[in-house]
Design a protein around this ligand. Structure first.
Ligand code: URA
Length: 431
């Protein structure tokens, strides 16, 4: 069937049945479905059935490519070609304590590469980059495209909210997947992330695909498949894309929660901070700088303070005061070790859930987050502890939340007699 303008139209129910039975969707069917859903001609309940069918049946590479392009074509594409420097961006699939964007963007900018980092707010147990930065007094996330371009030119780095014009199909579909148990489908994750990143118009992209208990992808095989499919989509669209598979069984660094993670990021920019955060920041920075064709070692820019200078300029340019004290929660409580021994595991999901219950995250997208809430770890795997020693401090403005946070952390620590094998942060690289 065709409409008066000559474009074919389809029956949504027929397409759902087709995908449900394991058949592939044609280019024409996908090119009709995605804009029709974005316009509201295909109902939410029909698209949720389609998302569930995709969850069980998957998509082949050609379907995925058409689906992603159709999502991009529902919105605008940004253009950074007027900038004098190459652009590189990073996207993480989300993890507990993942504050890496904060030190990474100014560090890569200090190396001479412009970083347009369009970010989101958190939902569930992983925090959102914008929620973290909004803990800084005065800082604002919403910039126009012109303000973003000017900041990229003058400061070199911008972290801001993705405007509603980029891949609007994804905004609608992601919110639907979030409430229908269909987030964890590899083709849907790959098209969601890559539609936004390709529309954003960056020259290079480094993907940080997390693996482990605190990540969407619990196994290395799933993470490798997701990374491989996203790298292929990026390269086919002319974006120089690579991916690192990185560990997310243990939280990154010692903090999970908005202001707490900003403070830890500032420590990294000042030349300190936890070793795993520094290691991953440098690994991702090296990938971004190399893929932009720039020959500078990010470790030098961290050591000589230039990354910290860009951070301060980047925060000031968005109305924030980088030297103002960060908000602190009004109440604290502790988790202590039950036995003597060596910590063999700190479960990322448990820490993320506890931080979320303490008020650092939101259950619905319209909820507010507490800037000071979260968890500070005092020991990580491999460290020896004694019974009664404080393992974590819990922060919140709502002390009634402590009980549920304690429940989330009940099985968080494994304490044994032998030191665990040291797990590398970067597990694999896909290019
Ligand atoms: N992040 C996204 O932007 N989309 C997904 O589907 C999952 C994580």
């Amino acid at each position: 069937m065709t409409n008066p303008a000559g474009t074919p139209t389809f029956d949504a129910v027929e397409l759902i049945r087709r995908k449900r039975s394991g058949q592939r969707l044609t280019d024409e069917q996908i090119d009709w479905l995605i804009p029709a859903y974005t316009r509201g001609d295909v109902a939410d309940e029909q698209m949720s059935a389609m998302a569930m069918a995709v969850y069980f049946r998957g998509m082949d590479d050609a379907e995925l490519s058409t689906w992603t392009t159709a999502m991009i074509n529902t919105g605008e594409r940004l253009d950074f070609s007027s900038l004098s420097r190459p652009t590189a961006d990073k996207h993480s699939t989300g993890g507990v304590g993942d504050k890496i964007t904060l030190p990474l963007a100014p560090l890569v900018a200090a190396c001479g590469v412009a970083v347009p980092q369009l970010s989101g707010r958190g939902l569930g147990h992983t925090g959102g980059t914008l929620d973290k930065l909004e803990a800084i007094p005065g800082w604002r996330a919403d910039l126009t495209n012109d303000q973003m371009l000017r900041q990229l030119d003058e400061v070199g780095a911008v972290i801001c909210a993705a405007g509603s014009g980029l891949a609007p199909a994804d905004k609608k579909l992601y919110a639907l997947r979030d409430v229908t148990g269909t987030v964890e489908a590899i083709p849907l994750i790959a098209s969601s992330i890559m539609s936004k990143k390709i529309a954003e118009g960056t020259d290079s992209l480094v993907l940080d695909v997390k693996v482990g208990s605190g990540a969407f992808m619990a196994t290395i095989d799933q993470a490798r498949e997701l990374a491989t499919r996203m790298v292929a989509l990026g390269r086919a669209a002319g974006v120089n894309t690579t991916a690192l598979l990185t560990d997310m069984d243990t939280p990154l660094g010692l903090t999970a929660g908005n202001a707490l993670e900003v403070a830890e990021s500032v420590e990294v920019l000042a030349g300190g901070g936890p070793a795993d955060v520094v290691e991953l920041t440098l690994a991702l920075a090296r990938e971004m700088v190399a893929s932009a064709g720039v020959d500078v070692d990010p470790a030098d820019k961290l050591a000589d303070g230039s990354a910290r200078d860009v951070w301060k300029a980047m925060i000031r340019a968005q109305g924030g005061d980088p030297d103002a004290p960060l908000p602190r929660a009004s109440h604290t409580d502790h988790m202590v070790a039950a036995v003597d021994g060596i910590i063999s595991r700190v479960d990322a999901m448990a820490v993320g859930l506890a931080a979320w219950r303490l008020g650092a995250g939101r259950a619905r997208k319209e909820d507010a987050v507490q800037a000071g809430a979260g968890v500070v770890l005092h020991a990580k795997p491999g460290e020896r502890v004694q019974a009664g020693q404080v393992l974590a401090t819990l922060h919140t403005d709502t002390p009634a939340a402590f009980e549920r946070a304690h429940q989330a952390l009940a099985d968080c620590w494994a304490i044994g007699v032998e030191a665990p094998e040291r797990r590398p942060i970067v597990i694999d690289r896909i290019s």
